[in-house]
Write a protein that binds this ligand. Structure first.
Ligand SMILES: Cc1cc2nc3c(=O)[nH]c(=O)nc-3n(C[C@H](O)[C@H](O)[C@H](O)COP(=O)(O)OP(=O)(O)OC[C@H]3O[C@@H](n4cnc5c(N)ncnc54)[C@H](O)[C@@H]3O)c2cc1C
Length: 599
């Protein structure tokens, strides 16, 4: 197997550590890797998890570079966006070529014919899928990020041997079947039923909708048993009673084959049960945790392409006797895209690095980069469209397809608002467990549970500091920006505690506050990740040669700090009541309701 070890954030010897920086006390209590993001809610800053900035081992870097070169060789030659839109399929020849080049089984162990990449390596290649075309990113993502990820993570040796070699080679394609007509965001509430028969097999009944690759070769399907809870079953199209009656006609991602599936007394043999019976829901959430990371890095790739397109356009398009790129309002858009991209990229790969380092719980961080990445991509595409002017509206330009393709990103693999609630309530739960008399609060009801995997959090036994925790593992020249981070963490904890004391368990319904806390935690995580990335760059390449990059990083960090302040200020000063009342008025009146000139 390839050497996939990363330089982990928890390495004891830290070559990038600036002189004089202190190490925080390692958490005691037998829990070596607390969640970075959850810790923020209790006022802790586990900087060791994000510093030094993770990197890939040299041989994995070389392997990833080779895979990316092959990807471009293939797509330059045979990836024809117009044909794919017309055929409504990416093309069997594209799949075959990607498979042959090793691009369909990136993280699969070499013994099963895969490339054995780490999460960071996998996401780095996924970034390029996203840079080339969102449809390519989704079709390959449905297959690897979610389709057969469950088999890789939870499959028995026999299942891995049976399925992974063909899947990794692209000879077969996989789908992930969770969504149903009445079950979307509340994925726990599955209606598809699987009941165990006397011979140990399972009888499956129900239907699924919007399943990518649903009519292909291997579908991991989630169902519920009255007696045994959730189960994950591996389906193959030869199973009697398993049908795909129709394909959906979609606004974008036209080359992604999206299917309706029905199950009528499908007999699933016992050897096709994935993982433990009863663990089906946690398997699904675990897989989605992984999928969310590549949506974050796929968004990084897609924005890089948008910036390339837009920079070229604004420098060459002349209006009012000058390139439009010289106007301040144009520059502001380009600068925002460039600096936010820097921070998003830093946070995304800090998260994949934590996973590679064996940090058990990165559920909040992967939700964070999914939310931040997919929304940044949407707004960046909108700005790129604006700067391309009327030309962007023409179908021979790439912009319309980009907008159509990416609009689903903030909705699938966990709707972003559900993930915001998940981030905030998971953090508040940890804090509630610590506060006297609040440990019993039921904060993790259905919406949060369906946001992601709710993992037990063992509070570290580190004596909580009264003084703000200090972010010390940064380059000395970055310290002025690191100082305020500790204050923000303290304020996040204090604000969270205040909300818990004010609302108790009802904080579950306070989604506007949840959103503010989630965004504050996201922006603290992003600042630490960005300062860590910049520190690594300065320590490797010297402070002088990296001044421009540092300027971009610092601008991002300053803006993220301002956003944290704003979000936490709004916990106290807001017009939430007015928003509730106006929504209720609209519901009561059955619409907008006020005509200026009468009906
Ligand atoms: C192109 C495409 C590909 C897909 N591929 C797959 C696939 O391969 N496999 C699969 O299983 N599924 C797939 N899906 C389904 C996708 O995962 C679901 O659309 C998604 O989970 C959201 O469910 P829903 O659409 O039913 O939205 P709903 O659950 O009806 O939610 C709609 C909106 O309501 C709001 N909302 C819902 N709950 C809350 C809450 N608790 N708090 C605040 N706001 C809330 C959010 O704004 C949300 O966006 C795909 C969908 C599409 C369109």
């Amino acid at each position: 197997m390839a050497e996939t070890a990363t330089t982990t954030p928890t390495d004891a010897a830290d070559p990038t550590q600036p002189d004089g920086a202190e190490r925080a006390d390692p958490p005691a209590g037998g829990h070596s890797s607390p969640s970075f993001a959850k810790s923020l809610f209790v006022g802790e800053l586990h900087q060791d998890l994000l510093t030094p900035y993770p990197t890939m081992a040299r041989d994995e870097q070389a392997k990833v570079a080779g895979l990316i070169r092959s990807l471009y060789d293939i797509t330059d030659e045979i990836y024809d966006v117009d044909r794919i839109e017309q055929d409504r399929w990416i093309g069997d020849e594209v799949i075959a070529a990607l498979g042959e080049a090793g691009l369909m089984g990136l993280y699969v162990d070499e013994e099963f014919g895969g490339q054995g990449l780490s999460q960071t390596g996998y996401c780095r290649v996924s970034e390029e899928f996203g840079r080339i075309d969102a449809t390519l990113a989704v079709v390959t993502g449905v297959h690897q990020s979610i389709g057969f990820k469950g088999i890789h993570l939870f499959g028995s040796d026999e299942q891995k041997e049976r399925f992974l070699p063909d899947l990794a080679a692209g000879r077969t394609l996989a789908g992930f079947a969770l969504t149903e007509p009445t079950t979307g965001s509340d994925a726990y509430d599955l209606q598809t039923r699987a009941e165990r028969e006397a011979d140990g097999s399972w009888r499956l009944n129900g239907e699924k909708r919007w399943i990518g690759n649903g009519n292909r070769d291997v579908v991991v399907c989630f169902a519920r048993s009255e007696e045994h809870g959730h189960v994950a079953l591996i389906l193959t199209p030869d199973m009697e009673g398993f049908e795909s009656p129709f394909r959906y006609d979609t606004m974008g991602l036209r080359g992604n084959d999206l299917r309706h599936l029905t199950f009528t007394d499908v007999r699933v043999p016992p050897e096709n049960v994935l993982g433990e019976v009863g663990d089906g829901f946690s398997i699904a959430m675990n897989v989605l945790n992984n999928g969310r990371m590549s949506l974050g890095t796929g968004s990084v790739g897609a924005v890089k392409k948008l910036i390339d397109l837009t920079v070229d356009r604004v420098q060459n398009r002349q209006q009012f006797g000058q390139p439009i790129g010289d106007f301040e309002l144009v520059q502001e858009k380009i600068a925002w895209m460039t600096s936010y991209l820097y921070g998003l990229e830093a946070t995304s790969y800090a998260t994949t690095g934590m996973m590679d380092a064996g940090v058990e719980d990165v559920s909040l961080e992967s939700a964070m980069i999914k939310v931040a990445g997919t929304e940044f991509l949407w707004y960046a595409a909108n700005r790129a469209f604006q700067l391309a002017g009327g030309e962007a509206y023409m179908n021979d330009q790439p912009y319309a397809k980009i907008l159509r393709d990416i609009r689903i990103f903030p909705i699938f693999e966990g709707a972003n608002d559900v993930l915001r609630a998940f981030i905030a309530l998971s953090g508040l739960k940890v804090l509630g467990d610590e506060l006297d008399g609040m440990g019993e609060l039921d904060l993790l009801g259905a919406p949060v549970r369906s946001g992601g995997l709710v993992l037990d959090y063992v509070l570290s036994k580190v004596k909580r500091r009264v003084a703000p925790p200090r972010l010390t593992h940064v380059h000395p020249q970055l310290r002025p920006l690191a100082e305020p981070v500790g204050e923000q963490v303290v304020r996040l904890r204090e604000s969270s505690e205040k909300l818990l004391r004010r609302y108790g368990g009802d904080v579950r319904t306070k989604q506007l506050h949840q959103k503010r806390l989630a965004h504050a935690a996201m922006d603290v995580t992003a600042q630490v990740s960005t300062l860590s990335r910049m520190t690594a760059t300065m320590n490797t390449s010297g402070a002088e040669g990296t001044a421009t990059e540092r300027f971009i990083a610092e601008t991002y960090v300053e803006r993220a700090a301002q956003r944290v302040t704003r979000q936490l200020d709004h916990l106290e000063r807001n017009d939430d009541d007015a928003m509730h009342q106006i929504a209720r008025v609209a519901y009561r009146r059955g619409g907008s309701g006020f005509e200026l000139y009468g009906a």
